[in-house]
Design a protein around this ligand. Structure first.
Ligand code: ARG
Length: 450
């Protein structure tokens, strides 16, 4: 059944049907019915439908909703889209009154409404999931105690830091991702219903009443914009892609940490896979797939932006393609968050001590504290490093005499500085790699993560 057969002498060609219909909107079933319930109430309120008709349509829609919730709603190949499927089913249930539901409405404002309802709910779930993962990272940071690792720049060991500081960096990224979802919700949370096909209607509709009963904080400002803009969807997919990029960076590290070369982490059997060929292997596939799937979500975002860039006002059928990108991106993020949360929650982290070189800057800073210009201090410590390297030694074997040769202001007690733990303890920078900073961050993150 189509909703538009009136001006057509023949039915649609099979190839047209296959090309133009898309069943990805089926997951909007509940939102479509929810929107229709609000619409029919408004039609009754403004006197466009009689009380009895409203009651019959409502009954039918409630029935459809029950079928939807119970997974019993049956779609047909002849349903052009979700709106058609619901109206067809309503007709089967209540007869001719079903034809009154579409009064003052078009599928153009209806699909925009459905997608907004869907994404508004999705935001709330994604924020919860992201906060959960961030909490798991904070818990692991707390468990890491005084374990020390190197910070890295250019993938070279840089400075001594608490391992917790490294884990917490990801918690902060996730806090911002959750914030971005909350921000995006503001612009999703605007009702487009009442814009009609493009310019509204001659009927005395009350878009504000529909918006209010669906809990939207505002109604559209311009009907053409309302039916044709998808920036709210782009924004959702951008925030999704940005979150996936953060998960991808974390995943890259999770995979590295499980190597024999790093040996920082061991993952639970339930969150790793085996190799069909190599009996000894335990692979971090979750991390690799999160990294790989991030690429596909970036593709969803670029596809969605490209979809909109050449569209004249107002609604164009191209927009039907928005749903694949939105749903794919959302599904990937949903499953990646769940899988990574479990993987990290059950991981055992036990990183080995960093190389002795991670205290090099601390040694130079001792000289700075004694009045030596930083450039000279850097040069002296660099010279000592070069000498030790040439002899295939490191800071652990340096002697008091060698320190003094490196710079006359270095004294035997400075040998104590050549310990990564001492380096972390001496660090003063607010929110740098120190135990004080880690404790402050954990406190703050716990208040930011309900
Ligand atoms: N399936 C369409 C979409 O997803 C719904 C709106 C169709 N409107 C129309 N006039 N054909 O965008």
């Amino acid at each position: 059944m189509t909703l538009w057969s009136g001006r057509f002498a023949s039915g649609p060609d099979e190839t047209l049907w296959r090309f133009t219909t898309d069943d990805s909107d089926r997951r909007l079933l509940v939102d479509d019915v929810t929107g229709s319930l609000a619409h029919v109430d408004m039609l009754g309120e403004v006197g466009l439908l009689e009380v009895e008709a409203v009651a019959r349509i409502r009954d039918g829609l409630e029935h459809v909703l029950d079928e939807a919730h119970a997974g019993r709603f049956e779609f047909r190949d002849t349903d052009e889209d979700i709106h058609t499927a619901v109206e067809r089913r309503l007709g089967e249930l209540i007869g001719d009154d079903a034809g009154r539901l579409h009064t003052g409405r078009s599928r153009n404002d209806q699909i925009a409404l459905d997608l907004r309802l869907y994404l508004r709910r999705a935001v709330d779930h994604r924020v919860e999931q992201i906060q959960h993962l961030a909490r798991v990272l904070v818990d692991q940071a707390e468990d890491a105690g005084d374990t020390i690792v190197a910070s890295y720049t250019h993938l070279q060991q840089a400075q001594a830091i608490p391992f917790a500081h490294h884990l917490l960096a990801y918690a902060w990224m996730l806090v911002r991702d959750a914030d971005r979802f909350v921000d995006a919700r503001e612009r999703i949370d605007i009702s487009p219903l009442g814009a009609g096909a493009s310019a509204g209607s001659a009927l005395p509709l009350r878009p504000d009443r529909v918006a209010e009963s669906l809990g939207f904080h505002a109604t559209f400002g311009n009907s053409l914009d309302a039916v044709s803009s998808r920036d709210f969807a782009s924004e959702y997919v951008f925030v999704t892609a940005q979150t996936m990029v953060h998960l991808s960076r974390l995943s890259e590290e999770l995979a590295l940490w499980a190597t024999e070369e790093y040996a920082w982490a061991e993952y639970d059997d339930a969150y790793t896979t085996g190799s069909s060929a190599l009996p000894h292997k335990k692979n971090p596939d979750i991390a690799e797939l999160a990294r790989g799937k991030a690429a596909t979500v970036i593709g969803d975002l670029t596809g969605l932006l490209a979809l909109q860039k050449g569209l004249p006002l107002s609604y164009n059928r191209d927009l039907q393609e928005d749903k694949r990108a939105v749903f794919h991106a959302d599904d990937v993020l949903t499953t990646a968050l769940a899988a990574l949360t479990g993987m990290i929650e059950t991981a055992e982290f036990d990183p080995p001590a960093p190389s002795s070189w991670v205290v090099a800057l601390d040694l130079a800073e001792v000289l700075v504290a004694r009045g030596v210009p930083f450039r000279d201090a850097h040069h002296s410590v660099g010279g000592l490093v070069a000498r030790l390297k040439a002899e295939d030694r490191d800071f652990t074997t340096v002697t008091a005499e060698e320190l003094e040769e490196a710079h006359p202001l270095l004294v035997p007690e400075d040998l104590d500085l050549l310990d990564p733990k001492g380096s972390v303890e001496a660090r003063q920078s607010p929110r740098g790699g120190s135990f004080v900073s880690v404790a402050e961050q954990i406190n703050e993150l716990r208040t930011l993560l309900p």
